[in-house]
Design a protein around this ligand. Structure first.
Ligand SMILES: Nc1ncnc2c1ncn2[C@@H]1O[C@H](COP(=O)(O)OP(=O)(O)OP(=O)(O)O)[C@@H](O)[C@H]1O
Ligand SMILES: [Mg+2]
Length: 460
């Protein structure tokens, strides 16, 4: 705005100056033409004929004139001695030395070959026009001179220019003030959001930014609130996880301590205590291991898929599962394909499922393990013939530390991490875990993996 105002002001000044120049030029021509016309057609009022002398012509003409301010009309007549005599008329001369008192300037104008010009004097500039009074054949010995002193006019333009500058300055200050206030108003909601955001991170995550209206700021606040929601949930989940983990780990510690405190000297009792304590410690280390696995699930290298023989994997799982308990283990079917998957992790998941199956069956009951391809999916399953999963438990058992409602043998079973790990492994393969009923009773857990099949011939 400052640049624009300076531009406007200086342009105005130069326009005014040009205007003034034009006006002076017009005035000079007009006066000169008027005199020329008078010289040609004018009659001496006393004789009724043409003027007898230049002196008389100039005198009569000048008597009729009424010059403006800063304007001088002078008739110059050269005498026999070469001196210049003058007849004059002038308006109020505001600035500088009047021409009629400046003999040197008069001479320069009189002798100038031009009919118009500008005289730069230390006592002020003069714009002039001249009409020589020519007597036929004779050397011009008289002239009519119009002189204008532009100084005062120029000062007026400068005054206008200065007031424009002042007005511009005031306008600039005003607009700056207004812009300041308006910008402050526009930015106030942003400031509110910012302060609220700052307070929230410093305090707790339950606070939210107030949302007013439907503008961009409101949208920003809403987005921010949404982000806070997610953060809040994530932190809550983390806190819950730590709480649960702590709780699960404290229980075995309490039990071990209890056993050790009441242990007597009886060798049989000692043996029993050692067995119980070892059991608890085993359980504890299992929980710690599972927790470590769960903690890793967010890492990108949690699952590293590589081409693997599904048949080999299924057989491997079957062999491992058989060591888990006296059950009627059956290798139901085997998919003889190669697929991109993490051999170790899938085995781990299947063993967890087999472990659960053992926990929910009695010796001699049937547990079937198998793998098959179904469309683009690869399915690996463990089907037991136990009591199955209660419908109300179907969702929650996949969450960590969650166990079903109909649990066999309160102690000895795990912390509820197994299925959470299985789910994490399936999702790491972009797959899922499907829970269905085994025909004839029992639960079937299936890993459904969109394992891309490696083309035949890739075998080594
Ligand atoms: N084969 C199954 N038949 C019936 N219920 C099952 C079966 N597998 C799991 N469940 C139910 O799901 C719950 C969660 O299983 P999960 O494997 O996550 O935990 P867990 O076996 O209790 O403990 P962990 O596996 O950590 O040792 C179990 O407590 C049980 O109620
Ligand atoms: Mg389990």
């Amino acid at each position: 705005m400052a640049v624009a105002l300076v531009e406007v002001t200086t342009t105005t000044r130069s326009l005014l100056m040009r205007d003034m120049d034009n006006r002076i030029n017009r005035l000079l021509t007009q006066e000169a033409e008027e005199f020329a016309g008078f010289e040609e057609r004018g009659k001496d009022p006393e004789t009724g004929r043409s003027f007898a002398s230049a002196d008389r012509l100039l005198t009569v003409f000048l008597q009729q004139q009424n010059p403006d301010a800063d304007e001088e009309l002078i008739g110059l007549v050269r005498g026999a001695d070469g001196d210049l005599a003058q007849i004059r008329q002038q308006g109020g001369i505001g600035a500088g030395l009047p021409l009629y008192r400046d003999a040197d300037a008069k001479r320069r104008i009189f002798d100038s070959p031009d009919s118009t010009g500008t005289l730069h004097r230390p006592q002020g500039e003069i714009r002039w026009a001249k009409v020589t009074v020519a007597r036929a054949g004779a050397e011009p010995d008289a002239a009519f001179v119009v002189a204008i002193h532009p100084e005062r006019e120029r000062e007026r333009v400068d005054t206008v220019f200065r007031s424009l500058l002042v007005i511009s300055g005031v306008a600039l200050l005003l607009t700056t003030g207004i812009a300041w206030v308006v910008a402050g108003r526009i930015l106030r909601p942003v400031r509110v959001v910012r302060t609220a955001a700052a307070e929230i991170t410093e305090q707790d995550l339950t606070r939210r930014i107030p949302v007013h209206g439907t503008d961009d700021i409101a949208a920003l606040a809403e987005t921010f609130n949404g982000m806070l929601d997610r953060l809040d949930r994530a932190f809550a989940a983390q806190r819950e996880f730590v709480d649960d983990a702590g709780h699960e780990l404290r229980t075995p510690i309490t039990i071990v301590r209890g056993h050790l405190e009441v242990m007597g000297d009886d060798p049989a009792e000692r043996e029993e205590t050692v067995r119980l304590v070892t059991d608890e410690l085993d359980r504890m280390s299992r929980i710690v291991e599972d927790l470590l696995v769960l903690a890793k699930t967010e890492r990108p290298d949690f699952v590293v898929p590589e081409p693997a023989q599904v048949a080999e994997l299924t057989a491997d799982v079957f062999v491992k599962a058989r060591t888990l308990g006296e059950r009627d283990w059956r290798l139901a079917e085997v998919a003889d394909v190669e697929a991109e998957l993490d051999f170790q992790r899938i085995t781990q998941a299947m063993v967890q499922l087999a472990q659960n199956a053992v926990q929910h069956t009695t010796p001699g009951e049937t547990i079937r393990i198998g793998s098959r391809t179904a469309g683009p999916h690869l399915e690996l399953y463990v089907a037991d013939s136990g009591p199955g999963v209660q419908p109300q438990d179907a969702e929650i058992i996949f969450e960590r530390f969650r166990r079903g409602t109909s649990r066999r043998g309160a102690r000895g079973s795990g912390a509820g991490l197994g299925l959470a790990i299985v789910k994490a492994i399936a999702e790491g393969h972009h797959g899922r875990v499907r829970l269905s009923d085994t025909p004839g009773g029992g639960a079937t857990f299936t890993l459904v993996l969109p394992a891309p099949q490696v083309p035949e011939g890739h075998h080594t």
